[in-house]
Design a protein around this ligand. Structure first.
Ligand code: ATP
Length: 419
């Protein structure tokens, strides 16, 4: 059996520049120049979206090579380039490189799932690396070993691909010259094999990052063929230095844990959970919208934040009594950030005080004393309110998701859900 050396790299970039995927693809090119070829596509693994020190999308990269007489040379190339190109001046950039040869074991895949759905400390990662016999290299605080180990250990069940194109260095920080019409055409020709290309509602080219990083654009897809077709259609007015196709856990919902009780949820973790809407969603200053859901174990505040734009209009149509299943995670404010929700059972009735024969709405005559009419003095014995049918715009059994412009890397879009 062929023995591989797995290489994991993370935490090399900063908000001002660089990108761990670019560094990895640069290293892969250097390895190739030295006759060291990687096996299959490199992996881009998105980790817990609520990890505190993430720069943007909390991505870590791994790839593998044959474990032969060239591995020492390969390790040197990797470490030299990480040392040379990482954004060390940023306080929160703490690169970590991990080398591991051997089988990916169950305890490694468990570690990887933990890094996706909860929080791991540097010490914990270091102890785990020692336990499995992985070689770690920490630069500064070396926090990147947390993600590097997870990227090596991640087992794919569901997966997608992302084609990333990189800019010429002289264009870093400048406006990206991507022809919008060609992106719309590419979307028309390749969706739903490719997805998240263009947000029509927001008139927003979703393939282009907003940051000064080396990426010109990234196209996401279920297969490699449609990525190559899409790349041919997209036109740009600046040079492309290189491109690389990553196999990734993006858009698979792998971060979402199914739980049955609201009270079992923990901060900085991601879930899908069922609950009854407690109150009408309210918008607050800043444009964020909040409401509570509850079950017999407890309640949690749910939020649709301002960047989710028109999704808030949909959320605002929820009413008390609706049973929904929400997908998302609990962030720093202890609020559940909704990525999407499914309407399990809608409440079609509002309960109102009875109308008197004189036409006036009756009022309560006191606890357990029925209703009375203030105008003509009529009374009812029954305490029961009268059900009044409500017209609902939401549809029972349907999913509603945030717009492309506000979607998380890991969130599975409805177009991938075989609904
Ligand atoms: P980019 O997506 O541009 O590569 P980023 O958002 O991935 O940037 P990083 O620079 O990789 O951000 O920083 C994230 C840091 O958080 C890394 O050091 C990584 O090891 C660490 N990290 C990742 N997942 C977890 C987790 N579950 N618990 C604690 N730390 C984590």
């Amino acid at each position: 059996m062929i023995n591989f050396l797995h290489i994991g790299i993370d935490d090399t970039d900063s908000p001002e520049g660089m990108c761990t995927t670019y560094l990895a693809s640069y290293i892969i090119k250097k390895l190739k120049e030295n006759n060291i070829n990687i096996i299959e596509n490199p992996h881009l693994i998105r980790l817990n979206p609520f990890a505190r020190f993430k720069t943007r999308g909390n991505g870590a990269v791994s790839f593998k090579i044959k474990n032969d007489d060239k591995v020492e040379k390969a390790k040197k190339i990797v470490l030299d380039e990480v040392e040379k190109l990482s954004m060390f001046e940023c306080e929160n950039t703490n690169p970590g490189v991990v080398f591991y040869s051997g089988e990916i074991t169950k305890e490694m895949t468990d570690y990887s799932f933990k890094a996706i759905s909860s929080i791991i400390t540097i010490k914990e990662a270091e102890e785990f690396a020692n336990k499995i016999g992985a070689e770690i290299h920490k630069f500064k605080k070396g926090r990147g070993i947390i993600g590097s180990l997870a990227a090596i250990s991640f087992p794919f069940e569901d997966y997608t691909y992302e084609l990333l194109t990189y800019r010429k260095p002289e264009n870093y920080g400048k406006n990206r010259l991507i022809n919008k019409e060609s992106v719309i055409k590419m979307d028309k020709n390749t969706f739903p094999d490719t997805f998240e290309n263009f947000d029509k509602e927001e008139d927003y080219i979703a393939i282009a990052p907003k940051t000064p990083c080396p990426i010109l654009y990234g196209i996401r897809s279920n297969n490699i063929e449609s990525l190559l077709k899409a790349k041919d259609i997209v036109k740009v007015d600046e040079g492309i230095e290189s491109h690389c196709i990553f196999k990734t856990n993006q858009h698979t919902d792998v971060h979402i844990k199914q739980i049955n009780k609201i009270s079992d949820m923990e901060q900085f973790s991601c879930y899908k959970v069922k609950g009854e809407v407690k109150n009408n969603p309210k918008i607050i200053e800043g444009g964020h919208m909040f409401f509570y859901i509850f079950d017999e174990s407890g309640e949690i505040e749910c939020g649709a934040y301002e960047p989710t734009k028109d999704f808030r209009k949909i959320v605002s149509k929820l009413i008390p009594g609706d049973i929904i299943e929400v997908y998302g995670g609990i962030g720093s404010q202890n609020t559940f950030n909704i990525e999407k929700f499914k309407t399990i059972k809608l409440n079609y009735f509002d309960y109102k005080n009875p109308i008197c024969i004189c036409g006036k709405t009756m009022t309560s005559a006191g606890k357990d004393k029925g209703f009375k009419c203030k105008k003509c003095g009529n009374k009812t014995k029954s305490n029961e309110k009268i059900p009044v049918k409500i017209e609902r715009e939401l549809i029972e059994g349907k999913f509603y998701e945030t717009p492309i412009s506000a979607r998380r890397h890991l969130a599975k879009p409805l177009c991938r859900m075989n609904l």
